[in-house]
Design a protein around this ligand. Structure first.
Ligand code: NOJ
Length: 601
């Protein structure tokens, strides 16, 4: 195999395109489950402030906080009733000012979650809009008359399914004004009408409000759904046994998306120095992605692409499905997105966890007691050696797991899980096999997996809240062994091994020391065909590295290093005192879930 440097032009990101937000390590806080300081069993803003030194020590530069605004919490704060106030359950605006001050003191930054595809049904705008057809805010939301079927029964304006409750319509009937409003996620989250310039201006003001208060950017919730195809037609029937259908063709990257994003950029973002990351579900089209994140395009810095976190969904079906995958699928995605951004001057976000996804160690590796730590370190090595802005989700740095399979469905709190389980109960009542399948899918895919309280210590409730409080969500049963304190107290549990936390800390540090390679360098995947191993080369003018990851629980003799010669293995998830005995060329013997990083010639 000829070396990649010989066969093509080097694609390093040139230094004039280096930016702080490309090099930053972003840590996502899901505030309800992060740290409770007032003993009500619900995390709060002072809890985030309390843990800043922990985050700084880990290597975090930017903290993204999921919504803490005033909210009835129908969707855990992604239903906002007031964009310019904090929900009392989290604290006050003064607490946020103090958080910002303390963050800045530590030379870090704060990024807020901007949820403007929809509001809460309790937002003053919507209360006004639904008060009468004549309301001046009526067209701030999307209202349509009913349709009637052949039997004269009232039906929603089209067949789109609700995103967080696929058995239901995306439209909600309003008794008072006798029309439907669009509510893509849940009835409590009416969609804003972005066609209306007054709505857009109000959103711009929200951005300014927070930027002027000292925040450094936004994670923009489902930002690619803000422009809808105005015909509001029926979606194609894809899921036979469901009355309502995925409607994303009509609202993901709709006709005016880029215009709206450019407008935000021109009127607001261009006047500040910000990090912007758009959550962009459903979209795979490369031109569409580059239109948003291409450096020339002046829309957003980067997006969350869903390819990796959708890897185990049945294509075309809803998310609560199980689909087999192997290392080839993962390599195809990584290769495609890494190359795309290099070749077309875009920018990646590197993430495999967040509050909407199961825990990565359970999902992509093996979370048994035997392999959990190996799996967590493997995933760390993968992420810290890929190009893009690095995102770590709370608890990922200690290898937190999914909830145990033994938990009853009543432990699952999330509206999406609740709706999914109800669908199976309604559709397959009395069918034990289907009920068991529903439980299995929930345990593997549910968002609740990521929402259990962070395990800080081995004390009651994992130290998340005071001993006599009741956490809003049950703590994972494994907290006595899986917790931050145990890993901090014992960073080197046995010779040659680092705790998952220590491995992350070192990985983030190493990434920064070698940012010319890991953040800005070129990329080439090795061996797309192997079903078990993911491997790639990263390099700059100065240095080159190879990452080799055995995504299987088996021993693998991997012989695709080709003409790459390892000078030195620099990190591994097994005993590092023996790492030097690993082969440096030819065939590499990999143990189950083994991960290696090597400096190459
Ligand atoms: C994406 C958020 O991450 C998720 O938690 C939420 O339910 C939906 N958007 C709706 O806001």
């Amino acid at each position: 195999m000829s070396s990649p440097q010989q066969k093509k032009k080097h694609l390093y990101v040139s230094t004039d395109k280096h930016r702080w937000w490309k090099e930053a390590v972003v840590y996502q806080v899901y505030p309800a489950s992060f740290k409770d300081t007032n003993g009500d069993g619900w995390g709060d803003v002072p809890g985030i402030t309390e843990k800043l030194d922990y985050l700084k020590d880990l290597g975090v530069d930017v903290i993204w906080v999921s919504p803490i605004y005033k909210s009835p919490q129908a969707d855990m704060g992604y239903d906002i009733a007031d964009y310019e106030d904090i929900d009392p359950s989290y604290g006050t605006l003064q607490d946020v000012d103090n958080l910002i001050k303390e963050i800045k003191k530590r030379d870090m930054k704060l990024v807020m979650d901007l949820v403007v595809n929809h509001t809460s049904e309790e937002h003053a705008w919507f209360l006004d809009s639904r008060s009468s057809k004549e309301s001046s805010k009526r067209d701030w939301y999307i209202w349509k008359p009913a349709k009637y079927d052949a039997d004269g029964n009232r039906q929603p304006p089209n067949n789109w399914a609700q995103i967080l409750g696929e058995a239901n319509s995306a439209w909600t009937w309003d008794e008072k004004t006798q029309e439907y409003y669009l509510s893509l996620f849940t009835p409590e989250q009416p969609d804003l009408n972005w066609e209306n310039p007054a709505v857009r201006e109000a959103v711009h003001d929200v951005l300014r409000f927070w930027l002027d208060r000292g925040v450094s950017g936004f994670r923009m919730d489902v930002i690619n759904l803000i422009s809808k195809v105005q015909s509001f037609g029926d979606a194609e029937i894809k899921v036979e046994d469901n009355k309502y259908q995925p409607g994303d063709k009509f609202y993901a990257n709709g006709p005016r998306l880029h215009e709206f994003l450019k407008e935000i950029n021109r009127k607001v973002l261009s006047k500040y120095d910000t990090l912007t990351v758009g959550e962009m579900p459903f979209v795979r089209d490369e031109d569409e992605i580059i239109r948003v994140v291409g450096a020339e395009n002046e829309e957003l810095n980067m997006i969350f692409a869903f390819d990796i976190v959708d890897i185990d969904n049945v294509p075309g079906d809803f998310k609560y499905t199980l689909h087999p995958w192997d290392a080839r699928d993962l390599k195809e995605i990584i290769n495609r997105l890494q190359r795309l951004m290099l070749e077309r001057d875009g920018w990646n976000s590197i993430f495999i966890e967040n509050h909407d996804q199961p825990r990565s160690v359970s999902r992509y590796t093996d979370d048994s007691d035997e392999f959990r730590e190996y799996g967590a370190r493997l995933l760390c090595l993968m992420q810290t050696t890929l190009a893009g802005t690095m995102y770590v989700y709370q608890g990922e740095e200690i290898g937190m797991r999914n909830v145990p399979p033994s938990w009853e469905p009543s432990e699952y709190k999330d509206i999406e899980s609740v709706n999914f389980f109800k669908k199976y109960q309604d559709m397959y009542s009395g069918n034990e096999e289907k009920q068991a399948l529903a439980r299995k899918i929930m345990q593997k895919k549910s968002r609740d997996n990521a929402r259990t309280p962070v395990q800080w210590t081995a004390e009651p409730h994992a130290g998340f809240t005071s001993a006599n409080a009741k956490p809003w969500m049950r703590v994972n049963d494994d907290y006595k062994t899986v917790n931050a304190k145990a890993q901090l107290d014992n960073a080197n549990p046995s010779p040659g091994y680092l705790s998952v936390h220590a491995f992350w800390k070192r990985g983030l540090e190493y990434r920064k020391e070698n940012k010319d390679v890991f953040v800005y360098g070129d990329f080439e995947v090795l061996d797309l065909e192997d079903k078990k191993v993911v491997a790639y080369k990263r390099w700059s003018e100065k240095n080159a590295f190879v990452t080799v990851l055995n995504f299987s629980g088996e021993n693998v003799a991997w012989d695709k290093l080709g003409d790459l010669k390892v000078k030195k293995w620099v990190a591994g998830n097994y005993d590092e005192t023996e790492i030097d005995s690993k082969a440096k060329s030819g065939t590499l013997d990999l143990r189950p879930w083994e991960a290696l990083l090597g400096l190459v010639e």
